[in-house]
Design a protein around this ligand. Structure first.
Ligand code: GLC
Length: 421
């Protein structure tokens, strides 16, 4: 009896001691991330992580879906010296700027070389600036063509392989009264338009800089062909006039409500279009690589997008931050992202997994796609991109001619990089 009392007192004491120890060890990290998809993916990931690491709690800060506004809030916060967020989900176009300005921790100094082996080829190079890796690749995005397979079947139309064919079919489906709009995409003056633009520009054989990055060459006949075509989507009625104000969510909502026949959007759009809570087109959607200008060149280019996980250099929880990043890029988290939100996983084993592919139609066609990067290797990229999207948007809206827009973009980019790339 006495022994038992002593034992239980001891248990109580040790319990208390352990409890306070556990409490002392328990850490909360703040993760800033935009929604990724509209089906609660972040909460699902956090719950699975906290189950694997009960001592680390993750507090989510929901960032804007617009990558530019997202970046602006993080730049302000981190450059003020704030220690939150600890970890943030940041765009693949940020390493040069964030590395240059000290807004992200050089992860290659803290993670072993073997850590980087898990990623699909090319991703780590994209997250590197001046020899240091600033972001752990989280998922890869590409532009795809989403189409209404029920409507194409009804009108006996093929999945378009050229831009001209897409425009024609969009007009036909509209004329037949099957949809309110033909083709929706991202035409607003923001980073998303730079992404769409790079696809047409690359399809037309143009580029923003020459191959050795010494000259701006956006004011070219190829670029003019690309821009005139984009503008013609609007003037012909194949795309709604309001497309010049559309970001991803507006294009997605229009397509998911059944009002548009075609949509250019990223990988998440597959899962979003098949979510009965948010979509009226479940079971009616197909996904294909984007068209291009000449059928013989199919498939068209797809802009490399995607997001990395970065650490705030002022974070006070480095160990927990690294644990979180290691788990988020591991097999369990990456499988959740690829099967639940149709993302292209950064983890190569998950990307190649036949079981994961079976559940993700975007992943099944990703090897067909011709990826084209944005010219983001310079810390001045935000200004370069703004020069692109503001001028392209003005031409799409008809307030300047395509020639004027390209000449102006050329001048603005030259001045943005006048200090060197
Ligand atoms: C997607 C891409 C990102 C891109 C953004 C533009 O989120 O992953 O790289 O900058 O769209 O809107």
């Amino acid at each position: 009896m006495r022994t038992r009392n002593i034992l239980s007192a001891l248990t109580l004491l040790t319990g208390l001691a352990l409890g306070s120890l556990a409490l002392a060890q328990s850490t909360t990290i703040v993760w800033a991330a935009s929604p990724i998809s509209n089906n609660g993916l972040r909460a699902k990931l956090i719950a699975a992580f906290e189950k694997a690491y009960p001592n680390i709690h993750v507090k989510l800060i929901s960032q804007p879906t617009n990558t530019d506004t997202n970046r602006a809030t993080l730049v302000t916060e981190i450059s003020s010296g704030s220690s939150t967020p600890d970890v943030y989900m940041g765009d693949v176009i940020w390493p040069a700027q964030f590395g240059h300005d000290g807004l992200a921790l050089p992860l290659s100094k803290y993670l072993p070389a073997s850590f980087w082996d898990r990623f699909a080829p090319g991703l780590v190079a994209g997250a590197t600036y001046k020899g240091q890796i600033y972001g752990a690749p989280f998922f890869l995005d590409g532009g795809f063509l989403y189409y209404r397979k029920d409507l194409l079947a009804k009108m006996h139309l093929p999945v378009p392989k050229t831009w001209a064919q897409l425009k024609q079919e969009a007009l036909e489906l509209k004329k037949a009264g099957l949809v309110k709009y033909g083709f929706v995409w991202q035409g607003a003056a923001y980073e998303g338009l730079t992404c769409d633009w790079m696809e047409y520009l690359s399809d037309a054989g143009g580029s923003v800089f020459n191959a050795n990055l010494t000259k701006v060459e956006i004011d070219s006949p190829q670029a003019l062909k690309a821009l005139e075509f984009m503008r013609s989507l609007i003037t012909s009625g194949a795309s709604p006039e309001a497309v010049v104000t559309y970001q991803e969510p507006q294009a997605m909502n229009t397509f998911a409500s059944g009002e548009a026949a075609f949509m250019r959007n990223w990988d998440y759009a597959w899962a979003a279009s098949q979510d009965p809570q948010n979509s009226k087109v479940v079971g009616k959607v197909g996904v294909a690589p984007l068209p291009t200008f000449n059928a013989a060149d199919w498939p068209g280019h797809s802009t490399v997008g995607g997001w990395n996980l970065y650490i705030n250099p002022h974070s006070k929880h480095l160990k927990a931050d690294l644990t979180f990043i290691e788990w988020m890029t591991g097999v369990q988290a990456q499988t959740i992202m690829a099967t639940y939100a149709s993302e292209i996983p950064s983890n190569y084993a998950v990307q190649k997994s036949p079981e994961v592919r079976a559940k993700n139609p975007v992943l099944r066609i990703v090897s067909l796609v011709k990826f084209t990067p944005r010219p983001a290797q310079t810390p001045a990229y935000p200004s370069v991109s703004a020069a692109i999207y503001r001028n392209i948007n003005a031409a799409l809206a008809g307030s300047v001619s395509p020639q004027q827009a390209l000449a102006q973009a050329q001048r603005e980019i030259e001045s943005a990089i006048s200090g060197g790339l």
